[in-house]
Design a protein around this ligand. Structure first.
Ligand code: SF4
Ligand code: SF4
Length: 204
């Protein structure tokens, strides 16, 4: 089954991809998502680019894209250099014929194919009220949960719920954050008088 969020990134097509250069500086650029199949996202870059060298040195990448309707997809994952260069570049050009305008004829083979076949994904829809978010992962990576949670130290004073800009803190049986609607703004965390709210553990 295909990952629906990878398909949305393919529909957005031009997304930001970040790497880390050898001097530790973050580097971002716009790339085109060329293909999505087999739970993987495919892209390419030319051997002369710093981007290519960075990918070979450190394959961890971050991708972010947003639809016209303000639905954002963030992906953190691992890029893999594909060995069958000509096969993949030909496939990429077949699915993205506009590439022939930039790299006509045999020039296409200066490009090298990569795929991201494992990663964690965050989906965030800021167009809905309240906001809506989901987490997902593919390949051999786990979802990365962020935000805050209310612990057993809560004294039920209600201050966090009064201050929450998205009104996403339930108070039915106990105070609890509706994670799918949380902005991750931290206002509840800062205003809780007994420090009963903690950041969520990163990996789940
Ligand atoms: S502000 Fe803190 S103590 Fe008060 S209801 Fe919220 S979590 Fe509980
Ligand atoms: S982090 Fe912000 S949006 Fe989320 S529950 Fe706390 S106050 Fe509400």
């Amino acid at each position: 089954m295909e990952n629906k969020y990878l398909n949305i990134l393919r529909e957005i097509k031009s997304v930001s991809m970040s790497t880390v250069s050898s001097d530790g500086m973050p580097q971002a650029r716009i790339i085109d998502v060329m293909l999505v199949e087999n739970q993987s996202l495919y892209f390419c870059t030319a051997r002369g680019k710093d981007f290519y060298a960075e990918l070979l040195e450190n394959n961890m990448v971050a991708v972010v894209g947003m639809t016209k309707n303000y639905q954002m997809i963030r992906l953190s994952g691992k890029a893999k250099h594909l060995s069958e260069q000509k096969l993949w570049i030909d496939k990429i050009f077949k699915n993205n014929p506009i590439m022939n305008d930039v790299y006509p004829g045999e020039a296409r083979y200066i490009l090298e194919p990569f795929c991201i076949n494992s990663g964690s994904i965050e989906y965030f829809d800021i167009s809905s009220t309240p906001v809506y978010r989901e987490y997902d992962s593919f390949g051999n990576m786990d979802s990365i949960m962020k935000g805050f949670e209310i612990t057993g130290d809560c004294i039920s004073c209600g201050i966090c719920a009064e201050n929450c800009p998205q009104h996403c803190i339930d108070s039915k049986s106990k105070y609890m954050i509706q994670q799918q609607h949380c902005l991750h703004c931290g206002l509840c965390y800062e205003t809780c008088p007994v420090k009963a709210i903690k950041r969520r553990t990163k990996i789940c």
